[in-house]
Ligand binder design. Structure first.
Ligand code: ADP
Length: 263
């Protein structure tokens, strides 16, 4: 079937007159669809060859002894880059899945307190010698109806970012609370903060505040784009506030319909 996509724009004037603009955006919509399909297909196709490469690298590393041991460092470098590529592809695939609204990913009851406790534990491991102080505060243990894998990925992205960008020994506070507008999950750090002019672009794909500083932290630049899309899929939103030199707070707001009564 052939679908036509129209965009309406209505302007009302004081005396009851209105101006209605109708735009045919079918071509734009189809192009956008092609872009999404292309990214999804390429990411998917690149996964298999990469898995093969990673497998062989591992075998070679296991056998790099004696005269072969001079290959250990280059092999380790290759392994590191290959695993960066794997996380990039995984992130791109997750974004594609989230964008394609007709794909039915299953919603389930998600126990928030358990998920947050696990993420905090992983974040402490990620911090390791850098010794961040990571606290978790849950004022109402809740079950949320949502996409478990995607939610875990979104929340981990926020918490791992806080670890990545906050100076050693810094403080990170994760909190979950409920109010009449639903529930809010916030991740606050006392790290370097983000200059105001970058805030509105942070959730764009591949957008990074300082690409030279970030090349060592190994991110993909897709983390916050994923968070934004995950929140959109849950009819929620992501709020970012930050003051340079003092820290940043990322807050996910979930609508009340998402909360299941704790049993
Ligand atoms: P990545 O971390 O992979 O670069 P993200 O989309 O997760 O990509 O984040 C985008 C950018 O936002 C980061 O490159 C970083 O500059 C900035 N950022 C994210 N979280 C924080 C934070 N907690 N403190 C300071 N800067 C941050």
């Amino acid at each position: 079937s052939i679908t036509t996509w129209l965009q309406y724009n209505i302007t009302r004037y004081g005396d009851g007159e209105r101006l209605i603009l109708v735009r045919d955006i079918t071509r734009l919509h189809n192009l956008e669809q092609m872009r999404k399909d292309f990214v999804a297909n390429v990411s998917h196709e690149l996964r298999t060859p990469l898995t093969v490469l990673v497998g062989y690298l591992e075998t070679m590393l296991d056998n790099a002894e004696g005269p072969q041991s001079r290959w250990i460092r280059p092999l380790q470098q290759m392994q590191q880059q290959a695993s960066r590529m794997q996380s990039l592809l995984n992130d791109l695939l997750m974004l594609s899945r989230l964008e394609t609204s007709d794909v039915r990913i299953e919603e389930r009851p998600v126990a928030i307190d358990r998920m947050l406790t696990e993420i905090r534990k992983d974040a402490l491991a990620l911090s390791g010698e850098r010794r961040h102080e990571i606290t978790l505060e849950i004022t109402s243990p809740e079950t949320l109806k949502g996409l478990e894998t995607e939610l875990r990925s979104a929340i981990s992205n926020l918490v791992y970012n806080a670890v990545k960008y906050t100076q050693d020994g810094g403080r990170i506070h994760i909190s979950w609370s409920r109010d009449d507008q639903g529930a809010r999950l916030s991740v606050a750090d006392n790290g370097p903060g983000i200059p105001r002019e970058h805030l509105h672009r942070l959730t764009e794909r591949f957008y990074r505040v300082d690409s030279s500083r970030n090349s060592t932290t190994g991110g993909t630049g897709l983390g916050l784009a994923i968070v934004k899309h995950v929140m959109m899929r849950h009819q929620g939103s992501l709020q970012i506030s930050s003051s340079p030199g003092q820290g940043s707070t990322f807050t996910c707001v979930f609508p009340p319909e998402r909360l299941l009564d704790p049993s």
